[in-house]
Design a protein around this ligand. Structure first.
Ligand SMILES: NC(=O)c1ccc[n+]([C@@H]2O[C@H](COP(=O)([O-])OP(=O)(O)OC[C@H]3O[C@@H](n4cnc5c(N)ncnc54)[C@H](OP(=O)(O)O)[C@@H]3O)[C@@H](O)[C@H]2O)c1
Length: 322
């Protein structure tokens, strides 16, 4: 494999595990960015539990981008307005972007103007940008879309994902409200601080992939609780056509949630019911998907793209990239 030069942008639990995996399979990390004062100035290798790399974590992205990476592995925040300037900086510097920002999975849905801007800058610099991850980006959208390859008719898609949040990283447990009271949970949801980001993007991605015009997308979020003690959330997003829900994404993420699984039901010809027992481990899968996307984003036509518009990602490609 010819190593690909990358910058790690965002070094929380996800960015660290992406950096570690990219390094372990032979990519060259030429720069690192994070604003956390605990991380700035440290050697990236030491920070991620590997040998020193001679790459210092910088607070200023320009420092890392000046090293001319081919790809930026971006993993900072969940909403496009938060990450827009970060992504544009990377593209302006001539680097492709693989981002775990949830709203980047299908940015045209909630932020069409920002999506247009990302697309324009990426095209001008002859690079591509894509949002990736396990959810959104895989289990509740790309995977059901791939399964429809075996159908000559699809009438509806229903995906259920149950995650025991106790097995996931702390930032995720906070995002699902674990440890809160019901009142705190309700306030967090009302203020947009709580809840899984990206479920509506997954509905929009599926609809785009199947060419289904939707009436609209709705979403409900409720707590999973024992008495007043919240353990997590139950969130459902629906896409309807002619008043009938044709895409239903049902997500439970709660500490101790029983029977974790990913289950996809396609009503069609043939009907399909596929279940990943235990569920796909979100953190491990996100890290793998981001690294497996490196060769795909380099091959992609310039502009803003999405995982279902790329040739299939798979294990192995990252090892024989070019
Ligand atoms: N699509 C998916 O399936 C999927 C899966 C997993 C994670 N994600 C998303 O990926 C992102 C990273 O996850 P995580 O758990 O590692 O999050 P995290 O714990 O919040 O870590 C993010 C890191 O990025 C830093 N950061 C924040 N803003 C920055 C900026 N403007 N410039 C440089 N660094 C910045 C943070 O520093 P501070 O701590 O100082 O703010 C922190 O070190 C999150 O948005 C998460 O929701 C998506």
């Amino acid at each position: 494999m010819t190593p690909i030069s990358v910058v790690s942008y965002g070094l929380g639990p996800i960015g660290v595990s992406i950096a570690r995996h990219a390094l372990d399979i032979g990519h060259r990390i030429v720069g690192a960015v994070d604003i956390d004062p605990e991380k700035v100035g440290r050697d990236l290798g030491t920070l991620i539990g590997r040998d020193p790399l001679g790459v210092t974590v910088a607070a200023d992205p320009a420092e890392a981008l000046a090293r001319g990476p081919e790809v930026v592995l971006h993993s900072t925040q969940s909403h496009i307005p938060q990450v827009l300037s970060q992504i544009l900086d990377c593209l302006e510097a001539g680097a492709c972007v693989v981002s775990t920002c949830e709203e980047m999975a299908f940015p045209w849905y909630r932020h069409p103007a920002a999506a247009h801007r990302i697309d324009r800058v990426a095209k001008a610099r002859h690079v591509a940008a894509v949002g990736v991850g396990v959810n959104p980006g895989f289990v509740m959208d790309l995977l059901p879309v791939v399964l429809t390859a075996a159908c000559r008719e699809v009438r509806s898609i229903h995906v259920t994902r149950v995650v025991d949040a106790g097995t996931r990283r702390l930032p995720l447990q906070r995002k699902v409200g674990a440890g809160m009271t019901r009142a705190e949970f309700a306030q967090g949801v009302a203020e947009g601080r709580l809840g899984h980001v990206g479920l509506q993007e997954s509905v929009a991605l599926i609809a785009d992939a199947l060419g289904w015009p939707l009436d609209g997308i709705t979403e409900d979020i409720e707590p999973v609780a024992d008495g007043d003690q919240v353990r997590g959330l139950h969130q459902v997003a629906r896409g309807a056509q002619g008043g009938r829900p044709v895409i239903t994404l049902d997500l439970t993420m709660a500490v101790g949630a029983p029977n974790p699984r990913d289950s996809i039901i396609i009503e069609g010809d043939p009907p399909l019911h596929v279940t990943a027992a235990g569920g796909v481990h979100g953190d491990v899968a996100t890290c793998a998907i981001a690294v497996n996307a490196i060769p795909r984003v380099l091959e992609a036509p310039p502009g803003l793209t999405a995982v279902h518009r790329l040739p299939p990602l798979r294990y192995g490609d990252a090892r024989s990239a070019r």
